[in-house]
Design a protein around this ligand. Structure first.
Ligand code: HEM
Length: 492
């Protein structure tokens, strides 16, 4: 028995969608929260180029809920711990994802976890969850270690390389193997094609809003659709060959083929295709950007790097390549210094920075009403920069995340992986991957920024360094032999 998905949204014509939005805004039965509600191209452009200061200024003027008119319509923003908790946990059922501002993601991902709601979301998630359990994720450790070690061979002291591009390629290879059981080097041509096609499809979502509205031949939409259809052929071929042969691996695609819920409901080939595409999309740039932002900050904080090295010397068993973490160390996050750096990176730069939703029924929050069918967003990026929650938010301070300090944060204050029933399903996988890449990189090298580098952040669809992240490779200081011996003795 297969699950039944939602009906398609009415058409993919963005002009029709835009007119529909305007009609619905006019029929609002209660007022929008206060804010800047006049039409302004300047504001729209500012939001597209640099949304964080705009959101923080509006929060200061209007409080935790406000309206900004962006391009053609009103958009409600809700910021801060209570707002995050309200949208993701306590009132999650009053919001849909599918009809949010990110609805054109359906063009690539179809009806995967990100773009579905309600009962279909709940049941799909239940079917998928076992594939992301601790033991399944642990099976990916070897793939992550092998691929990272291989990628590190490309680097040598004195060289300059683009860390963002390097990690992006590495993450794609890991995803190909661990999520889908495809050998990146086996059918080389096919892999290269798949990686290229995927990048091509993704580039649609990083293009200008106005260009994304166009339809017809030779438009970015047509290019994205062409790439998606080629990827479909690859995914369906993989699904059908595994169904025919009965062959299964430890990868997530293999698990999804046989996954079912307690009523015996399974996923159809189309639903598996949509979930595969969703996992590729949701997991790709998020891990890549986190690694890039982490090493950007570390390049400015040699004292933190020294602490990380000391931790490695004390806790990682020695080996020919320098310290290598055990799977248990990576799964548990027991490298405490690294964990705090990781948490602080996701505070300052949460890659999935906006949680797009649309309200179902009118509601009231912090003394203001919001109509039904309104576009409503929470934003981890802005919420993580509220000075009354995280003092001096622009400072990179891992000690904000000592276990005691983290435990004392208000509910909803820290939401890099979202919350409630839509909490990131790939969180453990992403954490493991980032810990692996960061640990192995740090065990071999120190990375420095070129003197003239200025970080600019691109924000669609996730935040990432706008033009990549050039870095200079340096040999890391020699390991502290006494500490290493102690670590080895303890690990025996
Ligand atoms: C540092 C890494 C990652 C971060 C910061 C991150 C962040 C997030 C956030 C904030 C959400 C919720 C969005 C919302 O509320 O609208 C989410 C959902 C999701 N993420 Fe991640 N993610 C990461 C890695 C991954 C990976 C590696 C995968 C796949 C292997 C993945 C798959 C998903 C999926 C499928 C959802 C939708 C879940 C649902 O709605 O049930 N993510 N992620």
């Amino acid at each position: 028995m297969a699950l039944v998905g939602p009906p398609p949204l009415l058409g993919t014509n963005p002009l029709a969608a835009l007119l529909g939005d305007l009609r619905e805004e006019r029929s609002a039965t209660v007022p929008f929260p206060p804010g800047e509600t006049n039409f302004s191209l300047a504001r729209t452009k500012r939001f597209a180029d640099d949304p964080l200061p705009l959101l923080l200024e509006a929060h200061e003027r209007f409080g935790p809920i406000f309206t900004l008119r962006l391009f053609h319509g009103n958009v409600v923003f809700m910021l801060g711990p209570e707002a995050n908790h309200y949208i993701t946990v306590s009132h999650a059922a009053n919001f849909t994802w599918r009809e949010s501002h990110f609805r054109d993601l359906i063009g690539l991902m179809g009806d995967g976890l990100l773009t579905i709601d309600g009962d279909f979301h709940r049941r799909s998630r239940l079917i998928m969850l076992p594939s992301f359990h601790h033991d399944q994720i642990a099976a990916s450790v070897d793939v992550m270690a092998e691929e990272t070690t291989l990628a590190l061979e490309e680097l040598a002291p004195g060289e300059r390389f683009d860390l963002y591009t390097w990690t992006r390629r590495l993450a794609l290879r890991i995803a190909m193997r661990a999520l889908f059981g495809l050998d990146p080097d086996g059918a080389t041509a096919r892999f290269l094609d798949a990686a290229g096609l995927f990048e091509q499809a993704l580039s649609f979502y990083a293009s200008d809003y106005a260009l994304r509205m166009l339809r017809g031949p030779f438009t970015p939409w047509a290019r994205m659709q062409k790439a998606a259809r080629s990827l479909d052929r690859l995914i369906y071929a993989e699904i059908s060959s595994r169904r025919d042969s009965g062959e299964r691996g430890e990868d997530i695609l293999s698990l999804l083929l046989d996954a079912h819920d307690e009523d015996g409901a399974t996923l159809t080939d189309l639903q598996i295709r949509d979930e595969v595409m969703t996992l590729m999309f949701a997991g790709h740039d998020t891990t890549t950007s986190t690694v890039a932002f982490m090493f950007y900050e570390l390049a400015h904080h040699p004292e933190i790097v020294a602490r990380l090295h000391a931790e490695q010397d004390a806790q990682l068993a020695d080996g020919p390549q320098g310290g290598r973490p055990t799977p248990a160390q990576l799964m548990s996050g027991e490298l405490a210094e690294l964990e705090m750096v990781f948490d602080e990176t996701l505070r300052k730069y949460p890659p999935a920075w906006i949680g797009p939703r649309r309200s179902v029924q009118p509601f009231e929050f912090a003394g203001h009403t919001v109509p039904a069918r309104a576009f409503v967003n929470y934003s981890s990026w802005a919420s993580h920069h509220l000075p009354d929650v995280f003092g001096e938010p622009d400072e990179f301070r891992p000690e904000r995340f000592t276990p005691a300090a983290k435990g004392a944060l208000p509910k909803g204050a820290y939401v890099p992986f979202g919350g409630g029933s839509r909490t990131c399903i790939g969180m453990r996988f992403g954490q493991l991957e980032i810990r692996m890449i960061a640990t192995l990189l740090l065990s071999r090298f120190t990375l420095a920024l070129p003197d003239d580098f200025q970080l600019e952040i691109r924000q669609m669809p996730t935040i990432s360094p706008k033009d990549g992240l050039p870095m200079i490779v340096r040999q890391r200081p020699p390991r502290d032999v006494a500490q290493c011996r102690l670590a080895n003795m303890l690990s025996l």
